[in-house]
Design a protein around this ligand. Structure first.
Ligand code: FPP
Length: 253
């Protein structure tokens, strides 16, 4: 048994997270530490995306949500933005046959119209080609931020109310959830952030209300399969109370 297989054997299959979200941080520092340019870190980060997608699929995680490019990332130097857009388009095209072979469905979350046409076309193509897949749902957050998403939902609901199609008194938590990019999906059980920072960075603010948070110092390109399984093992050792007391949770009432 390899060390990874040994770790996997320690997982409780009945307590797997259904939805894992990830903040992939540390590509730039990884590159700098090796004397490379930042974009080399992003290129290496694509390999980690490949690995975590495969492992999520193998472990039976149902939703994997990756913060690939935030609304705020548009403010990075143009050369870095261009490289990231190129990489995202290239990676999705290269990965498509394997995604299909693994029954992975691609969802695109964010202000996708802002993505340059070439990358956007490849993303839409991958989304269409995998639309029938019933295995892992891979949510790629692109030009995404939580405040953007909540603002969009507020605008949509306000329009419906103004048109007389929605009574403001009928707006509840479900109405809001149904108008976010994650509509119809369960909230993340586990949010993992790599790169040693303890921040949420405008990511899934509504959806992570009761998620378990896991922070690791591993830089994204170094985030190994073992690190991922460690995060799930840690998650499985936590008691999720959703606002209740420990006794209530244990007695299931
Ligand atoms: C954060 O690291 C990472 C990003 C802004 C981009 C993440 C993108 C990838 C891993 C490639 C995307 C590819 C696909 C297919 C989804 P950072 O640059 O902020 O690192 P730093 O904190 O060390 O500077």
């Amino acid at each position: 048994m390899t060390p990874l297989e040994h770790k996997i054997s320690q997982l409780d299959p009945d307590r797997m997270p259904v939805h894992v979200a990830m903040i992939m941080d540390g590509n730039g520092r990884w590159a700098k530490s090796k004397g490379f340019v930042r974009s080399d870190g992003h290129a290496e980060g694509v390999s980690t995306v490949h690995r975590v997608t495969k492992l999520s699929s193998d472990l039976g995680v149902k939703y994997l949500t990756l913060y690939a490019f935030s609304t705020e990332n548009w403010n990075r130097p143009q050369e870095e933005v261009d490289t990231l857009m190129y990489l995202i388009g290239w990676a999705i095209e290269r990965e498509l046959p394997e995604l299909l072979a693994n029954n992975v469905k691609i969802n695109l979350l964010g202000d996708i119209e802002r993505i340059p046409e070439d990358a956007r076309k490849r993303l839409f193509f991958a989304r269409n080609e995998t639309a029938h897949c019933t295995g892992l749902q891979l949510n790629m957050c692109l030009s995404y931020s939580s405040r953007w998403e909540i603002t969009e939902a507020a605008r949509k609901l306000a329009s419906l109310a103004a048109e007389g199609k929605l009574d403001p008194a009928d707006i509840n938590e479900q109405t809001i959830s149904d108008n976010l990019s994650t509509a119809g999906m369960p909230d993340p059980d586990l949010l993992i952030r790599t790169g040693g920072e303890y921040r949420i960075s405008n990511y899934l603010l509504w959806q992570i209300a009761y998620s378990e948070l896991y922070f690791t110092n591993a830089l994204w390109p170094d985030f190994s399969d073992e690190d991922y399984v460690d995060a799930i093992l840690d998650f499985q050792n936590r008691e999720r109370r959703f606002g209740k007391t420990s006794d209530q949770v244990r007695n299931n009432n």
